[in-house]
Ligand binder design. Structure first.
Ligand SMILES: *Cc1c(COP(=O)(O)O)cnc(C)c1O
Length: 364
């Protein structure tokens, strides 16, 4: 059985759009795509009057090297959000198929499924927020085409062990595609599931430059999967998903110098994460700081809403995650600059008499 047997038959049969850039490359006089002959103001040699390469080879090469896979196993899109959406659209028939998720987890999986008209099977994480592989398998129905696993998980910060990912992959052969979302894995000690792609052609791994690589604003996310899955998703994807300025920024980030900068920032985030976890645990009103392998901390409070408001009054915006199951008393706090983290602690430890003074940037 091919993994493509799990996909929507109409997508497999689809005659995809063929863009000018796909049909011909090379040549010096480009009169095939109805582009302007003139570069726009502020172009800085980017060539933005021309449509971009749908999947620019230098970027694909750099990402394949970075993630340790073959170039044919790489699909780059507008953030991993786009990859999630493409997977749901390519594999789930409206009104018939479904995805499986383990709440509390990243909201986009369910949103993409709802937009597509696909069902959502939920298998809650255990009380310690670990993944219960047997519970996931027991809940599967034939309608489930995609199983999403987020590691480290957003918003809890916990890892799913690679051996659990492998066991899940093994059990899903011929049944569903396993999607492992590793948006935060650079901040963890854990190995990526990417090497398992060669073993399991129904495994997709999502990576992004949005978090550890400081490029949330450029929208560059990568799906790693076997080439059949990559080719299938390209049929569904917009013809020119990657704006030239964004590709240029991504290539810059992936140079040696860019990689050094990213590594330094990751080290700083990890150091600050440990410091914040220790300090927050000592703050009166904090019930628990969940152990995190990501660039954020989920923190339980006696009165999370009051803390949220107090931080907001001091000009600090954190994420209220009280609507998530099992996190009815929690806020998610991203690890910021050391001085930003200081401000959070100042407010929570009531070291400030006047919140407005803090908002104005003055220290007590
Ligand atoms: C931030 C995030 C993403 C989305 O990343 P983009 O590449 O910016 O679309 C994907 N998954 C999880 C779990 C995230 O937290």
């Amino acid at each position: 059985m091919s993994v493509l047997d799990l996909a929507r038959p109409e997508i497999r049969a689809l005659q995809p759009y063929s863009s000018a850039r796909m049909e011909a490359s090379g040549g010096q006089v480009l009169l095939n795509a109805n582009e302007s002959a003139w570069a726009p103001p502020g172009d800085h040699e980017l060539g933005c009057h021309r449509y971009p390469d749908p999947q620019p080879a230098p970027l694909i090469d750099a990402l394949a090297r970075l993630y340790g896979v073959r170039t044919s196993q790489v699909l780059v899109g507008r953030g991993s959000d786009e990859a999630i959406d493409l997977l749901v659209r390519a594999f789930c028939r409206a009104g018939q198929d479904a995805i499986a998720i383990q709440p509390p987890t990243f909201g986009m999986y369910a949103v993409s499924a709802h937009i597509q008209g696909a069902g959502v099977i939920t298998v809650p994480l255990a009380a310690d927020f670990s993944l219960d592989v047997d519970a996931v398998l027991a809940a599967l129905t034939p309608a489930v085409k995609l199983v999403f696993v987020c590691t480290p998980n957003n918003p809890t910060g916990q890892l799913v062990r690679l051996q659990d990912v492998a066991r899940l992959a093994q059990a899903l052969v011929g049944r569903a595609l396993l999607v492992v979302d590793e948006a935060y894995i650079e901040f963890s000690d854990a190995p990526s599931a990417a090497p398992l792609i060669d073993q399991f052609d129904h495994l997709a791994v999502l990576r992004t430059l949005s978090k550890a690589w400081a490029l949330a604003g450029a929208r560059i996310g990568t799906l790693l999967a076997n080439e059949q899955v990559v080719a299938l998703l390209r049929r569904v994807m917009a013809p020119y998903p990657l704006p030239r300025p964004c590709v240029a920024l991504a290539l810059e980030a992936l140079t040696e110098g860019g990689q050094d900068a990213a590594r330094a920032h990751i080290a700083l985030v990890r150091e600050q994460r440990a410091r914040m976890a220790r300090a927050l645990a000592e703050v009166p009103g904090v019930r628990q700081v969940l152990p995190s392998q990501a660039n954020f901390l989920a923190v339980r409070f006696d009165d999370a809403s009051a803390v949220y408001q107090r931080l907001l009054a001091a000009g600090i915006v954190v994420r209220d995650i009280q609507r998530y199951p099992q996190l009815g008393d929690a806020l998610r706090i991203t690890v910021g600059l050391p001085e930003e983290n200081d401000r959070v602690l100042d407010v929570l430890q009531n070291r400030l008499q006047d919140a407005r003074a803090l908002a104005a940037g003055q220290r007590p």
